[in-house]
Design a protein around this ligand. Structure first.
Ligand SMILES: Cc1cc2nc3c(=O)[nH]c(=O)nc-3n(C[C@H](O)[C@H](O)[C@H](O)COP(=O)(O)O)c2cc1C
Length: 166
């Protein structure tokens, strides 16, 4: 069985924290995406810049990264929800690696403040196209607002991930 890779973007650490947790639990590799022009992470600019970028469907240029699709059977995408969709750095990654991503098993981790995750998941699935979807989990600000509900959702996610179709 090949290992899993978690590809993620995080602006204020909620996704990043969760990804580290999941990676430890399921023994996955991780790949963090960094846009060359970092999004503001404070105040109203945070929402304006990121929100506009998400709504416009931007593909921000990323800092160089290493990705060898052959090494992985399962790719887990992790992102905050921005204006009801996934964060634009994931779009850049997916479009740049379509061939390498084809035929993989997909899963998703979305963190949000309370609304819009279903739509974001739908859009992520549309962006990836046809593929074998295994599992997804939606958490509410897991770093800033830890809760028993987030923990229970993660546990259910781990269980779903155990049923690998290898
Ligand atoms: C630009 C921007 C847009 C956002 N849009 C939404 C949204 O539509 N729905 C929602 O519930 N939370 C929204 N949020 C909140 C984040 O999704 C949430 O706080 C998430 O946990 C942040 O993850 P991070 O700390 O890894 O960046 C938005 C945050 C930002 C910065």
């Amino acid at each position: 069985m090949k290992p899993s890779l978690i590809v993620y973007y995080s602006l204020t650490g909620n996704v990043a924290d969760t990804v580290q947790k999941i990676a430890k639990e399921i023994d996955a590799d991780t790949l963090e995406l960094f846009p060359k022009a970092a999004y503001p992470d404070e105040g109203v600019r945070k929402f304006l810049w990121g929100g506009k970028s998400a709504v416009m469907g931007e593909e921000p240029t990323l800092e160089p990264y290493e990705f060898d699709g052959e090494k992985y059977d399962r790719i887990i995408f992790a992102s905050p929800v921005w204006a009801g969709t996934f964060a634009p750095p994931l779009r850049t990654f997916i479009r740049a690696n379509r061939e390498a991503l084809a035929g993989r098993i997909y899963a998703a981790v979305l963190c949000h403040g309370g609304a819009g995750a279903d739509l974001a998941l739908k859009k992520l699935r549309q962006e990836l196209g046809l593929g074998q979807w295994q599992a997804s989990v939606v958490l509410v600000d897991p770093k800033d607002r830890p809760s028993e509900e987030n923990e229970q959702r993660l546990k259910a996610f781990y269980k779903e991930l155990e049923f690998m179709a290898y």
